[in-house]
Design a protein around this ligand. Sequence first.
Ligand SMILES: *Cc1c(COP(=O)(O)O)cnc(C)c1O
Length: 233
Amino acid sequence: MEIVARLQEVRERIAQAETRAGRKPGGVQLLAVSKTFPASAVREAYHAGQRLFGENRLQEALEKMPQLPSDASWHLIGPLQRNKIRKAVESGVSLIEAVDSLRTAETISRIAGESNKTVSLLMEVNIDGEGSKHGFAPADLYAAWEQLMALPHLEIRGLMCIPAPVSDAQQARPSFAALRELAERLRVRGGLPMPVLSMGMSHDYEVAVEEGATEVRVGSFIFGDRTYPTVLS
Ligand SMILES: *Cc1c(COP(=O)(O)O)cnc(C)c1O
Protein backbone atom coordinates (compact mmCIF):
# COMPACT_ATOMS: atom_id res chain seq x y z
CA MET A 1 0.00 0.00 0.00
CA GLU A 2 1.14 3.53 -0.60
CA ILE A 3 1.75 6.13 2.03
CA VAL A 4 -1.30 8.11 0.92
CA ALA A 5 -3.59 5.08 1.37
CA ARG A 6 -2.09 4.21 4.72
CA LEU A 7 -2.52 7.75 5.99
CA GLN A 8 -6.13 7.64 4.89
CA GLU A 9 -6.64 4.37 6.71
CA VAL A 10 -5.11 5.64 9.95
CA ARG A 11 -7.26 8.77 9.84
CA GLU A 12 -10.38 6.67 9.34
CA ARG A 13 -9.49 4.28 12.13
CA ILE A 14 -8.82 7.17 14.48
CA ALA A 15 -12.23 8.64 13.68
CA GLN A 16 -13.91 5.27 14.24
CA ALA A 17 -12.15 4.82 17.58
CA GLU A 18 -13.26 8.31 18.62
CA THR A 19 -16.83 7.45 17.73
CA ARG A 20 -16.68 4.14 19.63
CA ALA A 21 -15.48 6.01 22.68
CA GLY A 22 -18.24 8.60 22.40
CA ARG A 23 -15.75 11.30 21.50
CA LYS A 24 -16.35 13.88 18.84
CA PRO A 25 -14.28 12.96 15.73
CA GLY A 26 -11.49 15.40 14.97
CA GLY A 27 -10.01 15.64 18.45
CA VAL A 28 -6.92 13.56 17.76
CA GLN A 29 -3.77 14.77 16.06
CA LEU A 30 -1.91 12.28 13.93
CA LEU A 31 1.84 12.54 14.33
CA ALA A 32 3.49 10.74 11.42
CA VAL A 33 6.71 9.34 12.85
CA SER A 34 9.23 9.59 10.05
CA LYS A 35 12.39 8.53 11.86
CA THR A 36 14.79 6.54 9.66
CA PHE A 37 12.78 7.37 6.52
CA PRO A 38 14.14 9.76 3.90
CA ALA A 39 12.78 13.23 3.27
CA SER A 40 11.26 11.92 0.02
CA ALA A 41 8.90 9.70 2.05
CA VAL A 42 8.03 12.60 4.32
CA ARG A 43 7.23 14.73 1.27
CA GLU A 44 4.96 12.00 -0.02
CA ALA A 45 3.02 12.15 3.24
CA TYR A 46 3.03 15.94 3.04
CA HIS A 47 1.46 15.83 -0.40
CA ALA A 48 -1.22 13.54 1.03
CA GLY A 49 -2.15 16.35 3.42
CA GLN A 50 -0.08 15.34 6.44
CA ARG A 51 1.54 18.29 8.20
CA LEU A 52 2.72 16.96 11.54
CA PHE A 53 5.83 14.81 11.76
CA GLY A 54 7.76 13.19 14.58
CA GLU A 55 11.45 12.48 14.79
CA ASN A 56 13.30 10.62 17.46
CA ARG A 57 16.70 12.19 17.05
CA LEU A 58 17.32 15.91 16.87
CA GLN A 59 20.06 15.59 14.27
CA GLU A 60 17.79 13.67 11.94
CA ALA A 61 15.02 16.22 12.41
CA LEU A 62 17.40 19.07 11.60
CA GLU A 63 18.40 17.33 8.39
CA LYS A 64 14.84 16.80 7.18
CA MET A 65 13.14 19.98 8.31
CA PRO A 66 14.66 22.23 5.61
CA GLN A 67 13.65 19.68 2.96
CA LEU A 68 9.94 20.13 3.68
CA PRO A 69 7.73 23.18 3.19
CA SER A 70 7.70 25.48 6.17
CA ASP A 71 4.10 24.73 7.12
CA ALA A 72 5.12 21.22 8.16
CA SER A 73 5.59 21.02 11.91
CA TRP A 74 7.80 18.72 13.88
CA HIS A 75 7.74 17.08 17.27
CA LEU A 76 10.83 15.70 18.94
CA ILE A 77 9.76 12.41 20.50
CA GLY A 78 13.05 10.86 21.55
CA PRO A 79 15.02 11.39 24.74
CA LEU A 80 16.91 14.67 24.74
CA GLN A 81 20.55 14.54 25.74
CA ARG A 82 21.57 17.42 27.95
CA ASN A 83 24.21 18.64 25.53
CA LYS A 84 21.59 18.94 22.77
CA ILE A 85 19.11 21.05 24.69
CA ARG A 86 20.25 24.39 23.31
CA LYS A 87 20.14 23.06 19.77
CA ALA A 88 16.66 21.65 20.36
CA VAL A 89 15.34 24.94 21.74
CA GLU A 90 16.71 26.78 18.72
CA SER A 91 15.67 24.11 16.20
CA GLY A 92 12.14 25.20 15.39
CA VAL A 93 10.51 21.94 16.54
CA SER A 94 7.09 22.85 17.88
CA LEU A 95 6.92 20.35 20.74
CA ILE A 96 9.52 18.46 22.77
CA GLU A 97 7.67 15.35 23.90
CA ALA A 98 10.04 13.33 26.01
CA VAL A 99 11.17 15.53 28.90
CA ASP A 100 11.96 13.10 31.65
CA SER A 101 13.53 14.99 34.51
CA LEU A 102 13.17 18.21 36.47
CA ARG A 103 16.76 18.99 35.67
CA THR A 104 16.16 18.81 31.92
CA ALA A 105 13.04 20.96 32.25
CA GLU A 106 14.99 23.55 34.25
CA THR A 107 17.71 23.68 31.62
CA ILE A 108 15.18 24.07 28.80
CA SER A 109 13.51 26.91 30.69
CA ARG A 110 16.80 28.67 31.35
CA ILE A 111 17.96 28.43 27.74
CA ALA A 112 14.56 29.49 26.42
CA GLY A 113 14.67 32.49 28.75
CA GLU A 114 17.96 33.66 27.29
CA SER A 115 16.23 34.30 23.99
CA ASN A 116 12.87 35.27 25.48
CA LYS A 117 11.14 32.17 24.19
CA THR A 118 8.52 29.88 25.60
CA VAL A 119 9.08 26.22 24.79
CA SER A 120 6.18 23.79 24.56
CA LEU A 121 6.77 20.36 25.98
CA LEU A 122 5.29 17.15 27.26
CA MET A 123 6.46 15.21 30.27
CA GLU A 124 7.29 11.61 29.50
CA VAL A 125 5.96 9.16 32.06
CA ASN A 126 7.33 5.67 32.63
CA ILE A 127 3.78 4.52 33.10
CA ASP A 128 4.49 0.82 33.62
CA GLY A 129 7.47 1.35 35.90
CA GLU A 130 9.91 -0.42 33.63
CA GLY A 131 13.42 -0.38 34.99
CA SER A 132 15.09 0.30 31.68
CA LYS A 133 12.84 3.06 30.44
CA HIS A 134 13.10 6.83 30.35
CA GLY A 135 10.40 8.93 31.87
CA PHE A 136 9.19 10.18 35.23
CA ALA A 137 7.82 7.62 37.64
CA PRO A 138 4.23 8.82 38.19
CA ALA A 139 4.90 9.58 41.87
CA ASP A 140 8.04 11.54 41.02
CA LEU A 141 6.20 13.65 38.46
CA TYR A 142 3.50 14.35 41.02
CA ALA A 143 6.13 15.33 43.58
CA ALA A 144 7.98 17.61 41.14
CA TRP A 145 4.84 19.21 39.79
CA GLU A 146 4.94 22.50 41.72
CA GLN A 147 8.54 23.06 40.69
CA LEU A 148 7.82 22.20 37.07
CA MET A 149 4.85 24.52 36.90
CA ALA A 150 6.93 27.35 38.34
CA LEU A 151 9.47 27.25 35.49
CA PRO A 152 8.90 30.50 33.64
CA HIS A 153 9.74 29.76 30.02
CA LEU A 154 7.90 26.50 29.57
CA GLU A 155 4.42 25.65 28.45
CA ILE A 156 3.73 22.16 29.77
CA ARG A 157 1.13 20.94 27.31
CA GLY A 158 0.58 17.45 28.66
CA LEU A 159 1.97 13.95 29.08
CA MET A 160 3.32 11.22 26.83
CA CYS A 161 4.08 7.56 27.42
CA ILE A 162 5.31 4.41 25.74
CA PRO A 163 3.71 1.45 27.54
CA ALA A 164 5.58 -1.79 28.12
CA PRO A 165 5.56 -4.09 25.07
CA VAL A 166 2.55 -6.40 24.92
CA SER A 167 1.42 -9.01 22.42
CA ASP A 168 -2.16 -7.75 22.21
CA ALA A 169 -2.95 -4.05 22.00
CA GLN A 170 -5.82 -4.47 24.46
CA GLN A 171 -3.27 -5.24 27.14
CA ALA A 172 -1.95 -1.69 26.87
CA ARG A 173 -5.35 -0.25 27.78
CA PRO A 174 -4.71 0.02 31.55
CA SER A 175 -1.45 1.88 30.85
CA PHE A 176 -3.23 4.42 28.65
CA ALA A 177 -5.97 4.81 31.24
CA ALA A 178 -3.33 5.35 33.93
CA LEU A 179 -1.71 8.16 31.93
CA ARG A 180 -5.08 9.84 31.44
CA GLU A 181 -5.83 9.58 35.17
CA LEU A 182 -2.43 10.96 36.11
CA ALA A 183 -3.01 13.93 33.80
CA GLU A 184 -6.38 14.51 35.44
CA ARG A 185 -4.85 14.50 38.91
CA LEU A 186 -2.16 16.94 37.84
CA ARG A 187 -4.75 19.23 36.27
CA VAL A 188 -6.79 19.30 39.44
CA ARG A 189 -3.70 19.93 41.49
CA GLY A 190 -2.20 22.68 39.41
CA GLY A 191 -4.86 24.30 37.33
CA LEU A 192 -2.78 23.95 34.15
CA PRO A 193 -5.05 22.90 31.27
CA MET A 194 -2.55 20.32 29.92
CA PRO A 195 -4.66 19.42 26.89
CA VAL A 196 -2.30 16.88 25.28
CA LEU A 197 -2.12 13.15 25.90
CA SER A 198 0.41 11.67 23.46
CA MET A 199 -0.04 7.92 23.48
CA GLY A 200 -0.50 5.09 21.02
CA MET A 201 1.74 3.82 18.21
CA SER A 202 1.19 1.70 15.09
CA HIS A 203 0.07 -1.40 16.94
CA ASP A 204 -2.12 0.17 19.61
CA TYR A 205 -3.21 3.68 18.60
CA GLU A 206 -6.89 2.76 18.35
CA VAL A 207 -6.95 1.56 21.94
CA ALA A 208 -5.11 4.73 22.96
CA VAL A 209 -7.74 6.88 21.26
CA GLU A 210 -10.48 4.97 23.07
CA GLU A 211 -8.67 5.82 26.31
CA GLY A 212 -8.41 9.52 25.58
CA ALA A 213 -5.29 10.11 23.46
CA THR A 214 -5.26 13.53 21.80
CA GLU A 215 -2.17 12.67 19.78
CA VAL A 216 -1.10 9.31 18.39
CA ARG A 217 2.43 8.68 17.11
CA VAL A 218 2.28 6.35 14.14
CA GLY A 219 5.39 5.41 12.19
CA SER A 220 5.76 1.98 10.64
CA PHE A 221 2.12 1.60 9.69
CA ILE A 222 2.40 4.71 7.52
CA PHE A 223 5.95 4.49 6.21
CA GLY A 224 6.64 0.76 6.33
CA ASP A 225 9.07 -1.34 8.31
CA ARG A 226 12.17 0.42 9.48
CA THR A 227 15.23 -1.21 7.99
CA TYR A 228 17.43 -0.47 10.94
CA PRO A 229 16.32 -0.50 14.54
CA THR A 230 16.05 2.61 16.64
CA VAL A 231 16.14 2.59 20.36
CA LEU A 232 12.86 3.50 21.96
CA SER A 233 13.07 5.73 24.95
C1 LIG B 1 9.29 5.10 16.75
C2 LIG B 1 8.37 5.72 17.72
C3 LIG B 1 6.98 5.72 17.48
C4 LIG B 1 6.34 5.07 16.27
O1 LIG B 1 6.40 3.70 16.39
P1 LIG B 1 5.68 2.74 15.30
O2 LIG B 1 5.55 1.46 16.01
O3 LIG B 1 6.57 2.70 14.13
O4 LIG B 1 4.36 3.35 14.99
C5 LIG B 1 6.19 6.36 18.40
N1 LIG B 1 6.71 6.96 19.50
C6 LIG B 1 8.03 6.98 19.75
C7 LIG B 1 8.52 7.66 20.98
C8 LIG B 1 8.90 6.35 18.87
O5 LIG B 1 10.20 6.37 19.14
